[in-house]
Design a protein around this ligand. Structure first.
Ligand code: CDP
Length: 232
């Protein structure tokens, strides 16, 4: 078991997080987020009529979530064409957000959520989910709660929060993307690779829940700062 993390963090310490809402004037809502080296922009458009119409659901609205990595956001140039990973992340993150947004209020409509990753170092899907929920709130979209996400897992014998890329590549690495509605603790995303014992899994989930509450505070502070600035 290694005692210290490669970047000097405590086992359950998150990388520094910065969230700035309302960064894109053209969008209905938006956010810029930095999470360690990860940097991204989210833009929300809608709710608007779903086109083509045959994709619309007459009972409820839909979220169209598009996750894309810029070619310069990874060490090896990323092909700008969406790959299987972009499509998978778009699907699972969009579904996670759908648990929070009151989609029954928008029958036949769609909300487009675009995430562009500018720089990356593991954990971009949970960071994108966290930023998107701030951008949706910024757009005034009604939600049950924010969605708050963190990665937890294992590296070098330790159960840790917020793995960086180096830790994700450890021989015993387990990377678990976790998201919940912080009020009810309803889990809306849980993806993991690798193997954890039952005890390790319980410990990881406990840390994930604690860390989500920490991230939620930052989301709320970011949104409050926007409305405070509007009042001044
Ligand atoms: O980013 P996240 O941890 O949610 O997803 P992942 O598929 O586990 O990817 C981990 C990291 O691998 C990303 O954050 C990127 O830094 C890196 N990556 C890369 O270098 N090249 C790619 N084509 C895709 C990801």
């Amino acid at each position: 078991m290694v005692k210290k993390r490669v970047d000097g963090r405590e086992m359950n310490e998150l990388r520094p997080i910065k969230i700035v809402p309302s960064v894109i004037e053209r969008a209905d809502g938006s956010a810029y987020l930095e999470w360690g080296q990860n940097k991204m922009i989210v833009a929300v458009y809608g709710p608007k009529e779903m086109l083509p119409k045959h994709l619309a659901d007459s009972q409820r609205g839909k979220i169209n979530f598009i996750y894309r990595m810029a070619p310069f956001s990874v060490p090896e140039r990323k092909n700008p064409k969406p790959g299987r990973r972009d499509i998978e992340i778009s699907k699972v993150v969009g579904e996670a957000l759908s648990h929070a947004v009151l989609l029954e209020e928008f029958p036949g409509m769609v909300i487009d959520v675009y995430v562009q990753i500018l720089d990356s170092n593991a954990g971009t899907r949970v960071a994108a989910l966290t930023a998107s929920s701030v951008a949706l709130a910024d757009a005034g979209i009604p939600m049950k709660d924010l969605v708050t996400a963190v990665a937890v897992g294992k590296a070098n014998g330790n159960i840790i929060a917020d793995l960086n890329k180096y830790e994700e590549d450890a021989e015993d690495a387990v990377d678990m993307a976790f998201a919940m509605l912080p009020g009810s603790e309803e889990i809306v995303l849980l993806q993991a690779d690798g193997i954890l014992s039952e005890d390790e899994f319980d410990k990881a989930i406990k840390i994930a829940k604690e860390k989500c509450q920490e991230v939620k505070k930052l989301q709320i502070e970011a949104l409050k700062s926007k409305f405070k600035a509007l009042k001044e």
